[in-house]
Write a protein that binds this ligand. Structure first.
Ligand SMILES: [Fe+2]
Ligand SMILES: [Fe+2]
Length: 397
């Protein structure tokens, strides 16, 4: 049975939670605490699967509490339940929580949030890697972009538009911003997938707090893995984004699929960033294997880590609350044949977009075969006749 711990200092809220969650007793073992200190002691004794915590509490507050839960039990899914919308609190919780729920919430939302988090465990089977991803608070950014953004936000005439353009140049920042804007804090009914729009929605105060809080945007330490280029990873991501969007448009996909395809393509290799930033010496072995054996990166990662960057990235985006369409397109971007659903979707666009972008980087304007396509999938979905047109579209500047 799933163990879920709730913490809130207000007795009437705890009462309310007990009452509305009573029907869940057959599925969840629930515990309710009025103080974070008590809850932490209980979790340290017996680990739990999910913790749902208030933010503003006397003594140990929600951000501090969830930080401690992360240390004691990295596998626990951490959810903030907050009624306080101040940017300060929001940013503090952003560094420690996987998901955010706004008070008042309904049981169905909580239930589906918890179920989604649980389902993701199958995406990334390796528990050690899952713990590694669960502990991640920030994804590293390029130091030069971080400095630019810092400067812009501290300028007397700071412009949100300029800030948005800076953020859009960095994989770590884009991922974090999309996590925040798509969280229940904002109560948006649709998923936002455009980084610039996300910055506009978050607003000046939140972006400024994010930049100044070193826990949310961290700088990439190039010295840990000199042979890896974060810059190149982002260039590839943006090219894949352009290719995926053009392919989706050509196929007459809905606006939602086009947006999902573009965002998923921007984020498709975020798992590489996670592995490089957190396990640099192991990733050096991956790069060595790729260089000496010419095997694809995902195959080398499976040898070294027991999972590849597609699984790691999809798991991260999933627990950070990005939409299922994006999570799936990232999870299957190298092996879409493992994805059961048929017909054109973001999975198709990202897979083909990635192969086109890689081929372009390798061949430039030169002719040659498109590599990296999953032939089983291309045949199963009868996509072969479309490839020439898609390639033309991707190559157009
Ligand atoms: Fe990839
Ligand atoms: Fe890629």
């Amino acid at each position: 049975m799933r163990r879920v711990v709730f913490v809130d200092d207000a007795p009437e809220i705890l009462q309310h939670l007990r009452r509305i969650l009573a029907p869940m007793q057959t599925e969840w073992e629930m515990q309710f605490f009025a103080s974070a200190t008590q809850a932490l002691a209980a979790i340290q004794e017996t680990s739990c699967d999910v913790v749902v915590s208030d933010m503003t509490m006397p003594g140990m507050d929600g951000a501090k509490f969830l930080g401690e839960v992360c240390k004691a039990c990295p596998q626990t899914i951490r959810i903030v339940l907050s009624g306080d919308q101040s940017p300060y609190n929001y940013v503090r919780s952003a560094s420690v929580a996987h998901r955010f729920l706004q008070k008042p919430f309904d049981v169905a939302t909580l239930k589906s949030t918890i179920e989604q988090a649980e389902a993701l465990r199958t995406v990334l089977g390796n528990p050690a890697l899952r713990n590694l991803v669960n502990e991640i608070k920030a994804l590293p950014s390029l130091p030069s972009i971080y400095q630019d953004l810092m400067q812009e936000m501290q300028a007397p005439q700071a412009s949100l538009k300029k800030a948005a353009r800076i953020v859009a140049k960095d994989l770590g920042m884009v991922t974090k911003i999309l996590q925040l804007v798509n969280s229940a804090f904002f109560g948006l009914r649709t998923h936002v997938s455009d980084p610039e729009q996300a910055v506009a929605l978050l607003g000046f105060d939140t972006i400024k707090s994010l930049v100044l809080s070193s826990q949310v945007f961290a700088q990439f330490d190039q010295a840990k893995l000199p042979s890896f280029s974060l810059d190149e990873l982002w260039r590839h991501a943006m090219l894949t984004g352009t290719c995926a969007r053009r392919i989706a448009k050509e196929e007459g996909a809905s606006q939602q699929v086009m947006d999902e395809a573009f965002t998923a393509a921007l984020l498709h290799d975020v798992g590489v960033l996670v592995l490089v930033a957190n396990r640099p010496s192991d990733y050096a072995r991956v790069l060595d294997l790729v260089r000496t054996t010419q095997m694809p990166d995902w195959a080398a990662e499976r040898e070294v880590f027991g999972a590849d960057h597609a699984h790691v990235g999809a798991y991260l985006l999933g627990i950070w609350g990005l939409s299922d369409g994006i999570v799936e397109a990232v999870a299957f971007h190298h092996h879409p044949a493992d994805y059961m659903a048929s017909s054109f979707c973001a999975v198709t666009a990202v897979h083909v977009g990635n192969a086109m972008a890689e081929t372009q980087a390798r061949l430039g304007d030169g002719a040659g075969e498109v590599t990296g396509l999953d032939q089983t999938y291309i045949t199963r979905e009868s996509l072969l006749p479309r490839l020439t047109r898609w390639r033309e579209l991707c190559a157009a500047g």
